[in-house]
Design a protein around this ligand. Structure first.
Ligand SMILES: O=C[C@H](O)COP(=O)(O)O
Length: 256
């Protein structure tokens, strides 16, 4: 099945009003060269509205980096409800990024709850999964991926993956400059797709699985050339327009 590539920029806790304006200006100018892919940017929550305004009329989509698992708004100081993300124009939201799992104590259950709340609010969750270096070296990569995926399947069911994206992000490759080889990425992506296929082969073959972890212009082509890699979740390289657009060009080339 032909899956449309998605290139998503996760800005993490970076940016300012000035730098965002200049980055979005460049992306919007260039993005029409890549009509066969989807492009998404996920700025810090405080900048979503202004970035969204600048994206109006362009095909670039807007996503949040996180949301509260609570299904209803209320007394949850400092949290952001999924409905608020929708209200400022988000179509997607990242859930279960390894930085949130490791630094903010988000376990599989909370990640699954966030995934569910995102969908209730009309957002497409981008579910991040991935093993640490120690887990890879101990031969636990597949069991970690299976556990992280199963938590969401248990809570939301296979049907939920009709409107979801998965991002395989090996923790050891994030921000380290050490990218997974195309073979390692393909193996993990095929494993994830196969796990979904146990419940529904059609849904499994249609879900987009992104690779994330030190993707750059120079390695994007080889990674996106893998049959089960449907684009990327880009951190550091999404902050530089030239680099980000070169990654989009690599995704567009895969789509041809
Ligand atoms: O969400 C993005 C990933 O954490 C990858 O980050 P990176 O491209 O800076 O390694």
């Amino acid at each position: 099945m032909a899956r449309r590539a998605l290139v998503a920029g996760n800005w993490k806790m970076n940016g300012s009003r000035d730098s965002n304006a200049s980055l979005i200006h460049d992306i919007v100018l260039d993005v029409r060269k890549y009509p066969d892919i989807d492009v998404l940017v996920c700025p810090p929550a405080i900048y979503l509205e202004s970035v969204g305004r600048q994206l109006e009329g362009s095909p670039v989509q807007l996503g949040g980096q996180n949301l509260c698992e609570q299904e209803k708004p209320g007394a949850f100081t400092g949290e952001i409800h999924g409905g608020m993300l929708r209200d400022v124009g988000c179509s997607h939201v990242i859930v279960g990024h390894s930085e949130r799992r490791a630094l903010y104590g988000e376990g599989d259950d909370r990640v699954a709850a966030k995934f569910r709340t995102a969908q209730i609010c009309g957002l497409i969750p981008i579910l991040c999964v991935g093993e640490s270096l120690a887990e890879r070296e101990n031969g636990q990569t597949e069991s970690v991926l299976a556990r992280q995926l199963q938590a969401v399947l248990d809570r939301c069911g296979i049907e939920a993956f009709r409107r979801a994206v998965i991002a395989y992000e090996p923790v050891w490759a994030i921000g380290t400059g050490r990218t997974a080889t195309p073979e390692q990425a393909q193996q993990a992506h095929a494993f994830l797709r196969d796990r979904l296929a146990r419940s529904d082969a059609k849904i499994a073959s249609s879900v987009r699985i992104l690779y994330g972890g030190s993707v750059k212009a120079e390695n994007a082509g080889a990674l996106f050339g893998c049959p089960d890699v449907d684009g990327g979740l880009i951190g550091g390289a999404s902050l530089k327009s030239v680099e980000f657009m070169a990654i989009c060009a690599a995704a567009q080339a895969r789509s041809k």
